[in-house]
Structure formats: C-alpha cells, structure tokens
Design a binder for this molecule. Structure first.
Ligand code: KIV
Length: 269
C-alpha cells in the first residue's frame, strides 16, 4: 500500500495568501451541503466557507447564535466530500472560540480532524489575538472576522455598519500580527477597508466593505435569491432560484392534479 495517498488539488492556505501579492482577487462563497458545494466548486470559486449563517439560511433561526459545533461539523463533512478545487474554511460557532485557548484548539481541532477542511474562521480581532496565535501555533490556519460580528448581535443591538476607525485598525493589525492568514471585513466604510487592505500583508475578504478588498464573500443563498425577506444592501442577487423553485413546484402540482404528469414517456409497459 502506498504511504503517499493521492494529493488533493484543493487551493492551499499559502496559495490563497499569495493571491494578494499576485494581485488576483479572491472569490469566496458560503455552502452548507454536498450539491451546492459541488456546483460552486465546479464553477471555479477559490474558497468555500461553511459559515455559521447555516443557522439562519438553512436552519431557519433569526441569528447565528443557535448553531452548534456538532451541526457545523455535520454540514462541513458534506461540503468537503464535494469539493476538489476550492479551499474549505469552517466557521467556529458561538461560543466555541470564546472559552480559552485550550478549548478553542480542541474545537478547531475537531473541525479539521472530522471534516477534512483546511482552516477555521472566527469572529474577533484584538480580543481574539491570543486564541488566533494559539490555534496557529497548533497548526490550525485561522481566518479572522472583524467589523460587523453577527455573533455579537445582542450586544450591538442589531446588524449595523461598524464605523469605529481606531477599533477596526487595531483589530485588523492584531489579527494579522497574531498569525491569521486572512481577515473578513464585514459592513465597514469602504475607505476603512481600503486602508486596512494596504496596511496588512494578508488578504482582506470584504462583505459590505467596498471594492478595495483583496477578495469578496457572499452568503450563497442571498446571491442566488434563495432567502426570503429583507436583502442587505451589500448583496447582489445573481439569480432568482427561489422563484424558479416555487414556479416549478406549482407547475408540478397543477400537472399532477390535471393528470398531465406522469405522461406515457415517464411510464413503463
Ligand atoms: O457565516 C457566514 O456566512 C459569514 C460570512 C457572512 C462572511 O461569516
């Protein structure tokens, strides 16, 4: 038996980071299951984030707080089974990175070990610097997430653009200094995102942070038109899949009720 199993062709963390100096913008989308992950991987996305937005867009909660570590792992396994090209990053759900460095390593270690993902993401900057460096020293690549931090929704009193310049700069620098390989900038003024992108050597991935970031991320269900209700300003909807599904199901019900489905071509003799 070979001691060298076939290498994955997935984008690696160092290749992801190198894109900044190569000047090639990074594309990131969320995915939470096998069929969607397969489709977006085949379409050429650079990285797939198994985001804790799973809690909202798949599980139907009104925040990202309820999703558990076991549920994140369950969904991340479906994603990694489907992906052959993209880097796979998994969110650390609340409060799996907030219970000290030891516990964070245990939880992030489970994510890498049980799912086959290559990196974790956690919400935090300066406040999480110790955890980020602990994880990195344990060999676990970390993407930080600053600006609007949805896990702090109750403390922030809603989902709002974050404008504290000093705090944003400190958070970005602290996360980079602690060894994060990349930082998500969520809902911050575009000039601040441009300043951070120039200031730190690692890729910035924007969501509601303007065009100067090294890459962009969106929640897949938002950009495909699969979510209902309010669509945030920073989302561009590239498809109306939700409407297509409703129309297809209405047509199916009508066909069955009228006796037009199944037709002879769907039946056996
Ligand atoms: O959980 C998630 O989907 C995210 C993105 C919005 C960046 O953190």
């Amino acid at each position: 038996m070979s001691t060298h199993p076939a290498k994955s062709a997935r984008l690696t963390v160092p290749q992801f980071v190198a894109r900044k100096t190569e000047g090639k913008r990074l594309t990131v989308l969320t995915a939470y299951d096998y069929p969607m992950a397969r489709l977006i991987d085949e379409a050429g996305i650079d990285a797939i984030l198994v985001g804790d937005t799973l809690s909202m867009v798949v599980q139907g909660h009104d925040s990202t707080i309820p999703v558990t570590l076991d549920e994140m792992i369950y969904h991340a396994k479906m994603v990694t089974r489907a992906v052959t090209n993209a880097l796979v990053i998994v969110d650390m759900p609340f409060p799996s990175n907030l219970l000290g460095v030891h516990e964070a390593i245990r939880n992030a270690g489970r994510i890498l070990k049980e799912t086959g993902a290559q990196a974790v993401k956690l919400e935090g900057g300066a406040d999480q610097a110790e955890v980020i460096s602990g994880l990195v020293n344990a060999g676990i690549p970390v993407m930080a997430h600053i600006g609007l931090r949805p896990q702090l929704v109750h403390q922030m009193g809603g989902y709002k653009v974050q404008r504290d310049h000093e705090r944003l700069m400190n958070d970005a620098q602290a996360a980079a200094d602690a060894g994060a390989f990349s930082i998500v900038l969520e809902c911050i003024p575009q000039e601040y995102a441009a300043e951070i992108t120039k200031m730190i050597p690692i890729p910035t991935i924007g969501i509601g942070a303007g065009t100067s970031c090294d890459g962009q991320v969106l929640v897949l269900h938002d950009m495909l038109g699969l979510t209902s209700g309010h669509v945030p300003r920073f989302v561009k909807q590239y498809a109306g899949i939700g409407e297509s599904i409703t129309n297809a199901v209405r047509q199916y019900c009508e066909d069955v009720q009228k006796g037009e489905f199944p037709g002879p071509e769907h039946s056996f003799r």
